[in-house]
Write a protein that binds this ligand. Sequence first.
Ligand SMILES: [Zn+2]
Length: 276
Amino acid sequence: MNHAEEHTLDLYVLNPELLDADLRTALREHLDCCAGCRNLAETIRAFYNELDRHLSGPGTDVRILMRRIFPAPPVLRFSPSGTTNRTVSVGRRESEGAPAGEAQDVLLTRSSSGGEAEITIRRSSDGNACTITLTPNTFASAEGGIVSFAGDDFHVLLDESGEAKFSLAPEQQAARWHEREIIVRFPVAQLHASSARVRREGGHTIVDRSADITARVLSREGAIDITIPPATPERQFHFLSVNNPSRERLLIRLENGAGSIPAESMPEELFIDIYA
Ligand SMILES: [Zn+2]
């Protein structure tokens, strides 16, 4: 027989009884003599074993696990040539993803240059409320992605559903996305700062060797200052987002590696996502 298809091998490993008996026999014989397919079957088996081990572990969050196995790429580019659908101001249609009763126009649908994800921009029927949705194909979650329009200082952060909502006048919308490249960034590292250390040391220096990042966190009246010098001239950091349990996630644009988070005081724990 020819080499086995990956999804057939997948079935053979997981649910062999679902396969036709002849195919099962042919596969078994093929695996005996073909090292390539045998390796693939072993990889599939190891993957499911690993998954099983994690899923049965105590307190495992499946979403966190999936994000670890299928991480988002640091940068995705959506060039205008990747546009697969554009409906601009002509006619209205109820989009499938819209909540019942809320009419929305689909303004734009684009694929990333490597096909890793699709991006869709919708507009409510009143014209100002927009929604950007990122749908991943090759990674687990779009949460925490920052969407930017090339040459424009306009950036939004995607929530846990891979969506961002914002208001924009229709004439600004047209100028923003028609001919522009859309760039989506995902965190390259997450750092953790604690108020105890910031207080004790008059500033907290966090070193993440695996990501080659050194960050300095300082607390002053009304703000927390974060500085992240470039690791190398080519490796600069442009954004960060912060999350603490009591507050909404904030997006901060870094200027020369420095940014400030408005805050009355340093929270006990601060999780800082860093973007290239
Ligand atoms: Zn083979």
